[in-house]
Design a protein around this ligand. Structure first.
Ligand code: PEP
Ligand code: MG
Length: 883
């Protein structure tokens, strides 16, 4: 197998199509070469090689060294210099590049090939000794840290110590001789600390770096990132070995990053940042605050540092041309890295840029309007899960803003929370349900857990492309970066602001859309669902086949869901309607009654409440279908638990506390999830189901009158496994329906159906469909019972399963297609055999998960039902599944 792919001089062995094999970076470097763009020559070692490396117990596969050597001498020919040559040494960058971009997660080594000898050649050739020795010391530092595992801080200490001794303030003040002293101290420290000298042999350096990049695929940060973003470990990373170009070659050199459109708003304008006389990672690392690429961007940011447009007009013009070409070529917004070495522009990377949901919508709509992509492609460009970001609140423009600082609007949306200063504290606080804002000088990949736990992220340093900004945008978490006016006193855990000090636990609000930091909490506005969002949704609705309903029982949820485009209610969990203060007492009275008459008396009190609940839901849904499920949970959930609660409730109900306690005891179950719930309850106490049915039909009559739209209630029986269970309950429902129809003189059409949420029900679906007019897949319970994994206890060990690679994703979040999915598929087929027009839907959590929605489309469900905030996600995912 070919393991090494060459690129340079206007041609490449690979292309953008080879993304899986060459990784995103390698494939696009090849593509840019093929387009004739200025790309430093190099080679890409394939992702398969990474997998082979791991299979062999972290050994390079046979033949790899020869293949790399051969390719490297061709790179040398193209660059006009050879690796390891004492006169004209070729220096290399070694970077990772997986199929999916994983910003900052894996390792990079720059300036590789420098040693005591080649550094002199570099000094001679460049005519700049300071530059050569500065590059050498950077390389030692990076290499020792990334490849040899030396502590980064130890180098900083030596550097600071020498600078202090010499009375220098800036790195740029250090002379070539002084760098040599520092280099000597570095080398000595490495030898002392690590017990091996810094390698002088360039080939040894190269293989060390390649091994380190492969190894970084399995470092803790990368593993966490993969888990969060569902990237399989089996993809592996490619390694890109490329001739160095130097952005730190004095003041005619620079390095930068750019987006062809604004990644935060989507505005169609070149957007980017650069640093003069700087190298690679300096821009993204957020250590120096970069300058704006364009003049317009400079003016907007109020910076007095010149733009690239002004300071290097020729290189800028060429770059602008290239960005346009690349965007048209890829037909998508590009994220680019470039370096200018002594006035000459080099392209180091292009890829489809990460963007906020808002930007994604704007870009997709504008590209479709411009005819660059079709409306269907536009729909396909939006990550359904990302819509969540748009459904986030923003700060009410009318609210008073107590501004205590400001930075860059790095990731939109507003968030309020208590200040924490470390990622550990953020994780800890969110565990206990507190909402926090993570405040850091800058973030690094180690902060990923804390960033996830926080409601918002505030950094003191760093630009729009800093780690914090990029990661926060990806997560949809509001972020303000580079708030330079603020200071952190980490020892005292204080945040020093324009308006005095704040401490840990004090509440602040971030406006990730304006970059403002506000004191306290601020009134928020609900999101705007028209504009680009509306356009995409319109296209999505035209493309999809499945309906999207919502799981809702409160009027507020039902209204929200309709505003998000829900086409009915797929699951109204009636048990959620009984937990309110004034209702639970009647519920308790019912449970405590020791005979049917007592129960009926208590139920009579609940009837009007249920009737008005359902009337309101029917009215809000205005003729759209509404599925109401009969009471599902075990009764003891409604009873008090602690002795204090028991005493209190007994007092309220006027019953003996001991009697109540013994009833609680009686109702206790070892396995409530597998206990006396669902239709079992309706079979033991049919009067409960009868009361609910009466409430539903009376409400249907009322709502039909008030709205003028006929209501066709769908009554759903939970937790059925035997057709006989359904027959029993259905008989009660039908009897009550007849009564109400007679009493009211109104004809009502209605459906009686069942949840399919137990394996037996799926297996016996053909028989059950004889009685059931619809099925709704309760994939929460179906997952629980198919795996035999308690849905309430799964989190503790499924996490371990994911870490150990036993499962790729949580089956309670995304459907287990092979197991649970197979049962769903079987039940749909069997159900349709008996009743060809049976209505089929899903109402487990999976109904709002894009991957599961794709599966639902494949098996041909009629609708999915999900929580209100997931409705737009489901509409889009259903469209993508149908396209
Ligand atoms: C289910 O089991 O998937 C379901 C929707 O019901 P619940 O979550 O209420 O048990
Ligand atoms: Mg269930």
């Amino acid at each position: 197998t070919k393991r090494v792919y060459l690129f340079g001089d206007g041609k490449a062995e690979g292309s953008a199509r080879d993304r899986n094999l060459l990784g995103g970076k390698g494939a696009n470097l090849a593509e840019m070469c093929n387009l004739g763009l200025p790309v430093p020559p190099g080679l890409t070692i394939t992702t398969d090689t990474c997998n082979a490396y791991y299979e062999a117990g972290r050994q390079f596969p046979e033949g790899l060294r020869d293949e790399v050597s051969a390719a490297l001498s061709k790179v040398g020919e193209m660059a006009g210099r050879q690796f390891g040559d004492a006169e004209h040494p070729l220096l290399l960058s070694v970077r990772s590049g997986a199929r999916a971009s994983m910003p900052g997660m894996m390792d990079t080594v720059l300036n590789l090939g420098l040693n005591d000898e080649t550094v002199r050649a570099m000094a001679r050739e460049s005519g700049d000794e300071g530059f050569a020795y500065d590059s050498y010391r950077r390389f030692i530092q990076m290499y020792a840290n990334v490849v040899m595992g030396a502590d980064h801080e130890a180098f900083e200490e030596i550097l600071e110590d020498e600078k202090a001794r010499l009375g220098h303030e800036l790195d740029t003040d250090v002379s070539a001789e002084e760098w040599q002293t520092i280099i000597a101290r570095y080398k000595q420290m490495i030898e002392e600390e690590l017990g091996t000298p810094f390698p002088q042999d360039p080939h040894e350096q190269l293989w060390g770096a390649i091994g380190a990049v492969f190894s970084s695929w399995m470092n803790a940060r990368a593993i966490t990132y993969r888990q969060l973003h569902d990237v399989p470990a089996s993809w592996g990373t490619a390694v890109n070995v490329q001739a160095m170009v130097f952005g730190n070659f004095g003041n005619t050199s620079a390095t930068g990053v750019a987006f062809t459109r604004n990644p935060s708003t989507g505005e169609n304008r070149l957007y980017g940042e650069f640093l003069i006389n700087a190298q690679g990672e300096d821009v993204v690392a957020g250590i120096r605050t970069p300058q704006s690429l364009t003049e317009a961007g400079r003016i907007e940011s109020g910076s007095d540092k010149p733009s690239l447009e002004k300071s290097m007009p020729e290189a800028f013009a060429e770059f602008v041309e290239i960005t346009k070409r690349l965007e048209n070529h890829y037909r998508d917004m590009q994220d680019l890295e470039f370096t200018i070495e002594r006035g000459k522009l080099w392209m180091l990377q292009t890829r489809n840029g990460k963007r906020t949901a808002r930007a994604a919508l704007k870009i997709a709509v504008e590209m479709a309007d411009a005819g660059l992509i079709s409306p269907q492609e536009a729909v396909g460009r939006i990550e359904p899960g990302s819509l969540d970001q748009l459904l986030h609140p923003t700060i009410d423009p009318k609210a008073e803003r107590n501004i205590i600082g400001s930075g860059l609007p790095a990731s939109p949306g507003a968030a309020t929370g208590e200040i924490v200063f470390t990622s550990e504290d953020a994780v800890e606080a969110s565990r206990t349900g507190r909402k926090v804002i993570l405040v850091r000088v800058e973030t690094s990949p180690e902060d990923i857990h804390g960033m996830h736990a926080a409601e918002g992220i505030l950094t003191i340093r760093g630009g729009m492309t800093s780690h914090a900004a990029v990661v926060a945008r990806g997560m949809g978490t509001p972020c303000v970066s580079g708030a330079g006016g603020l200071r952190i006193d980490s020892r005292r855990k204080r945040l020093l602001t324009l308006a005095g000090e704040l401490g840990e636990g004090d509440t602040i609000t971030l406006d990730g859309s304006s970059g403002q930091v506000l004191k306290g909490s601020v009134a928020m506005l609900q999101p705007e669902l028209s504009g680009d969002f509306g356009r995409i949704m319109e296209w999505a609705d035209a493309a999809r086949q499945m309906k999207v309903r919502t799981n809702a029982e409160t009027p507020a949820d039902a209204r929200a869901a309709r505003s998000f485009g829900a086409e009915g209610i797929g699951l109204c969990r009636t048990e959620h309607m009984f937990f309110e203060e004034d209702r639970i007492i009647s519920m308790r009275e019912m449970i405590l009654a020791d005979n049917e008459d007592g129960r009926r008396a208590a139920l009579a009190k609940l009837l009007p409440m249920q009737r008005s609940d359902f009337t309101e839901l029917f009215e809000i849904m205005n003729g759209l279908p509404v599925t109401i499920r009969l009471l599902d949970p075990p009764l003891h959930e409604f009873l008090p638990k602690s002795p204090e609660e028991i005493a209190e409730v007994a007092g309220l109900l006027g019953v003996d506390p001991d009697l109540l306690a013994s009833r609680v005891e009686e109702l206790h179950e070892f396995n409530p999830m597998l206990g006396h719930r669902g239709c079992r309850l309706a079979i033991s106490y049919p009067e409960i189901a009868e009361m609910q049915t009466r409430a539903i039909f009376e409400a249907a009559v009322e709502a039909a009158k008030s709205t003028g739209a006929p209501v066709e209630p769908e009554i759903m029986v939970p937790l059925v496994s035997l057709r006989e269970e359904l027959d029993y309950v259905k008989a009660r429902i039908d009897a009550v329906a007849r009564q109400v129809i007679e009493e009211s003189g109104q004809s009502i059409t209605y459906l009686v159906g069942t949840m399919i949420e137990l394996p037996r029900a799926a297996i016996r679906a053909a028989r059950i469909a004889e009685a059931a007019e619809f099925f709704s897949f309760g994939t929460n319970d179906l997952t629980q019972t198919t795996f035999g994994i308690s849905r309430d206890d799964a989190a503790s060990f499924l996490q371990t399963y994911r870490q150990k690679g036993i499962i790729d994703h949580d089956p309670f979040v995304s459907i287990d297609v092979e197991g649970v999915g197979e049962l769903v598929r079987m039940a749909t087929e069997k159900g349709r055999q008996t009743r060809p027009d049976i209505k089929l839907g899903i109402c487990g959590e999976h109904g709002g998960d894009p991957a599961s929605i794709r599966f639902c489309q494949q098996v041909g469900l009629d609708y999915v039902s999900c929580s209100p905030f997931r409705v737009p996600i489901a509409r889009l995912a259903a469209a993508q599944a149908a396209i």
